[in-house]
Design a protein. Structure first.
Length: 361
């Protein structure tokens, strides 16, 4: 039993040495191995063996992409304004040996290099350009950092400006400027709306005036066509019925009073043809009465045709009736003339000018 104790101790020592010789590296990890203080190799992910007591793991690196957010750094712009800029870096370790032996602390080195490069870039820009040129700043920062960190075994994948904070007084001035710009745009938009509204109203009024004018034109054309057709029909009726002088003279006297009713007439001249028209009407009525009375008769004797002809006078009753009818016709014609003259005088008086008479009688 006592002889078995050393064997157990030896077995335990062998197991411990075997376990210390085994190194299991996780995925996306890298271990740097040193032998007696000197770099030997880098262990890949998986199962690896080292010499216990001789080899040791010096540093472990995560090969995945890392994020580093720096604290806000004060930077002076070209127009002497201090702004605080906060950056975010996305980097990845590509060479574990260089990251362990080329730089003591690559995180601190990247941070200081970022601040220095940022001050150089921002120092050549004014505040307005700094606020509107984030993409340009990111590109320039990434180019400088990539060139420097390449020998450290670090690859800068992306650089982003997280925040640019100008001084409070500058913020207030910028807010006032933005408010003024917005008020200006609002006033411009309101003015444009008013302008478009007035233009549309003017266009509507123009179209309305055009349509009304076209309607008046069509109505005037239709009225003129109606009057022309009416005149043509009257003209055809007169000529087809072969109206005599009595009808024309009577229509002339009937139409004469209506000539003085125009609004634009200031004075009227009684035409000289009025007396002639009255004479025609009087002669017409007198002629009708005269034709109704016989003028001569021929008496034949009982003894033969050799007796002399005798002129017999008209019947006193018939002659008296015809004369009275002719006298009444003449009086009616004279009364029509007087009424026409009175109508003309009244029309002239309404228009403010007395009528002028050109009557031959």
């Amino acid at each position: 039993m006592e002889s078995a104790i050393p064997l157990i101790i030896l077995a335990v020592l062998l197991v411990a040495v075997a376990l210390s010789a085994i190194r299991i590296v996780p995925q996306a990890r890298a271990y740097n191995i040193e032998r007696f203080g000197r770099y030997i190799r880098t262990l890949d992910p998986g199962l690896n063996f080292i010499i216990p007591g001789v080899d040791r793991v010096n540093s472990k690196f995560d090969l995945r992409e890392q994020v580093f957010s720096s604290r806000p750094q004060p930077v002076i712009t070209e127009d002497n304004l201090v702004v605080n800029i906060d950056t975010v870096l996305y980097y990845q370790v590509t060479q574990p040996r260089a990251a362990a032996y080329e730089v003591a602390n690559y995180i601190q080195a990247i941070d200081q290099l970022t601040v220095t490069t940022l001050r150089n870039v921002i120092g050549s820009m004014d505040l307005e350009k700094t606020l509107t040129s984030r993409e340009e700043i990111n590109t320039r920062l990434r180019g400088v950092l990539d060139e420097t960190t390449g020998k450290w075994g670090i690859r800068i994948n992306r650089v982003e400006i997280k925040a640019i904070d100008p001084p409070p007084t500058i913020k207030e001035a910028m807010e006032k400027q933005m408010r003024a710009d917005r008020d200006k745009r609002a006033a411009i938009l309101h003015a444009e709306g008013e302008r478009q509204s007035r233009i549309l109203k003017a266009e509507g009024a123009r179209q309305q005036a055009i349509l009304e004018a076209q309607g008046d034109q069509q109505a005037a054309i239709l009225r003129a066509d109606g009057e022309a057709k009416a005149i043509e029909r009257v003209f055809q009726a007169v000529h087809s019925n072969n109206a005599d002088a009595k009808v024309l003279a009577y229509k002339y006297l009937e139409t004469l009073p209506s000539l003085a009713e125009g609004e634009g007439n200031t004075f009227w001249v009684i035409p000289g043809e009025l007396t002639e028209a009255v004479k025609n009407v009087s002669h017409a009525f007198a002629g009708d009465a005269a034709r109704s009375v016989p003028s001569t008769t021929k008496e034949q004797g009982g003894e033969g045709e050799s007796g002399p002809a005798q002129i017999t006078g008209p019947d006193p009753a018939q002659s008296s009736d015809a004369a009275q009818a002719a006298q009444e016709a003449a009086q009616a014609a004279e009364q029509a003339v007087a009424d026409a003259r009175d109508d003309v005088r009244r029309a002239g008086a309404r228009m403010g000018s007395p009528p002028e008479s050109d009557d031959e009688g």
